[in-house]
Structures are given as C-alpha cells and as structure tokens.
Design a protein around this ligand. Sequence first.
Ligand code: GAP
Length: 439
Amino acid sequence: MPDLMEQITSLAKRRGIVFPSSEIYGGLRSSWDYGPLGVELKRNVKDAWWRAMVQLRDDVVGLDAAIIMSPKVWEASGHLEVFTDPLVECRNCHQRFRADDLQGEPKTCPNCGNHTFTDARNFNLMFRTHMGPVEDGAEDVYFRPETAQGMFVDFATVQQTSRRKVPFGIAQIGKAFRNEITPGNFIFRMREFEQMEMEFFVKPGTDEQWHDYWIQERLRWFTDLGVRPDNLRLREHDADELSHYSKRTVDIEYRFPFTDWGELEGIANRTDYDLKAHERHSGEDLTYFDPETEERYHPFVIEPAVGVDRAILTFLIDAYRVEEAPTAKGGTEKRTLLALHKDLAPIKAAVLPLSRNERLVPAAREVFDLLKPHWMCDYDDAGSIGRRYRRQDEVGTPFCVTVDFDTLDDRAVTIRDRDSMTQERIPVASLVEHLRERL
Ligand code: GAP
C-alpha cells in the first residue's frame, strides 16, 4: 500500500509533525526535522520507553554518554573494521547502491536500467570528522553509529557508582549517525537518527533465558502502546546475518507498507564480546566481582535496541485511519484519524470556544489555563467546530473540550472523545479529575 506512506508523509508535513530538513535549500535527503507536534510525539515515545525501561524497574539505570567518543572505542568495538556495507556504482549513471539492495538477475540499476556495475567494495558507514582547530594532523574522530558503546566503556564506573549487582542494565537514548548508502522511506532509514538502547549485563549461562525475557518484554511494550499484534512478528537472524558481536539476534518486525515486514527493533545476545574487547584495548579490568559467590567474570550482555524515529513511524502507520463519520446534517464525511495511544498523543486536550464571541473567550481561556499545567493542550478558535474536531482527530488529540454559551450559566463544558466521538457534559470544577482518570 505505497500511497499509505504518501498519505502519512503528507499529513506529517501538513501538520508540522515531521518534514524535510533544510527545505528552503531543497532539503537533504536523509535528514528530517520534527515540528511542534512532532517534538511532543517524540518526547512521549522517549518518555514511554524510559518509564518502562528505567523508571519502573529497579535493575536498570540511565546514562547520557558523549556522541564523539575516543576513536579507540571504534577500533576496539570492531566498527572501524567491519561496520561496512557492500557498495557498487552503476557504470552508466554513476549512482551508488548497496549491492544487496539490487534486484533481478542480471542486477538492474533502479535509476537507469543499466546492468553493469563496479565491483562491490566495503564502505564504512561511520561519519568521520576532525577534533581540534587544525585539520592537518588533528585527530580523526567519529560520530557514534550506535549509543551502545557508551554503556560498555562506562560499565565499571556505572556499576560501581550505582552499586548495582549483576543482573542489571544501563539504558541510553541519544543520537546516532550512519552514512547509509540508501537512506529513505521517510524516517525509516536516516543518516542522523536517535536510538533507545539498553545493555543488560547478566551472568554467563543465564544469558539465553534473559534474552527470551527481553524479547517478550519489548514485544509487549509495542502492544501496550496500541500497536496491533497482527502487524508485529519476531524474526530470528540467520547465522550469516548476525553482527560480529552477536550469538543470537531476534528482530521485532513491523508490517511496513513499503517492505512488507521490516526491522523495527533488534534484540541481540552480544555475549561478553564488547567488555572483553574494551578490556584488551584499554588495559582496564572490565570484569565483575560477585560478592555473594566470590566469582569474577565478564558479564554477558542482552541488548534491546530500537530507533526512536522508526518507532515513531510505526506508531504513525499503525494509528492512521480514514473513516466515514456522521455529520451534523445527518450525512457522512471522511475523517482522518490518528488513533494514537493517549500516552503518545502530542496534545492531550484541545480547548475549543464555540465562537470568538467576547463573552466566551475569557471562559475558554480560563479552562485552557486550568488544563495547561497538567497536560500539553491546544487552544483552537478558528473555523467551525466540526472542522476543529477533524483537525484534532488528524493529530490524535484524545479529548476536545468545548466551551459554549451554556458554560457561562452552568459552569460546565462538553468533552468529546476522539475514538467514539461521544460527547459528555462535565462541570468545569471536576474537569481535571475527569481527564486525569482517562489520560
Ligand atoms: N547497538 C545495536 C544496533 O545499533 P541496529 O540493528 O544496527 O543495532 C538498532 O540498530 C535499531 O536502530 C534498529 O532496529 C532501528 O530501529 C534503528 N536504526 C538503525 N539504523 C537506522 C537508520 N539508519 N535510521 C533510522 N533508524 C535506524
């Protein structure tokens, strides 16, 4: 259903959720900006992840490591050597592609239809820059291609300062950069994106059990946030596609309209690969001493890793509906709806004065001021009430609160529910309580 992607991309742009970066200069294909509603959605996705992965657990702590780390990190992690994709160039139009993306036999250039390509060469996906004021002789450094390495190099410091015992995890949300050969499909594959990763350190021998546990936890996170189970599946990596550090990886895949099934999140058993590699390269002891059994070992690591942007794309696609809705005149009309989980909705309630009448405005402002300290709210007084409901439906606002002339007498407002479109009259005095129960 490719036009579903067009509809979502167009809605995202039209409503200031996500749109191309640097657009006045023609954009930059792989970079996207989040507008006013997009930043709220993004914050809500990150908050939901942090709440589930850190706040509600007593065995996971947080970290915010630097994006530019010592270049030795990438030597030790193996990224300098093996974080590559096979790149080929079309001999006719000189466009470059990932060799494994080319379809057909003989392979065909998607741009010009030609069949001859250069030999594949390994292209490192890390962005490189220089540290220091003089380019010549300055140290080459890299923008991190994953947040994970922060958790490995800080493992001993975090474990000791937070006095955690294995099993425990370190979680981080932050930007990652990959010079992808073929970015695309809106915010599915970007060159600058955000990751939410957690490294869970466990005793060797318990790793397989913990791996299964985290696969189920992570799947549940998506369904708890409203993603339809039928659109999710687990896929085991074949031996030949495992990353260099992984013993077993299972992807949570989503039924994306452009690929059918595509990777949403990876949950890997990274073994003790990273801690041992950093110990070898840094000379620092990265073992863990278990005070109860008096054993010393390198913990194994289970890693659930998901892209913030890819999760947002999933929530948008899954929540997008076009329905026939009844009109006030007894007919029907199309309504576009983002049936986002209330925790993710950018705006929780919109206050709508029936008109811009000067008697109504102070009452509506009062209601807006009452709700603002509790939730992200919107105040919209432009256009007919029906149009304003549609505008809020389209961006997933769970509740609209209408202030009308009766409000001036009965001190009550009408609350409209986004999904059922039912309306209820509620006293202003109990409005916060009423919404709190539902949000
Ligand atoms: N630390 C492990 C790691 O980074 P990965 O499978 O390469 O594993 C984890 O990335 C997740 O990050 C992916 O499942 C995806 O959600 C997201 N991701 C990876 N590359 C991305 C890109 N170029 N654009 C957007 N999201 C990306």
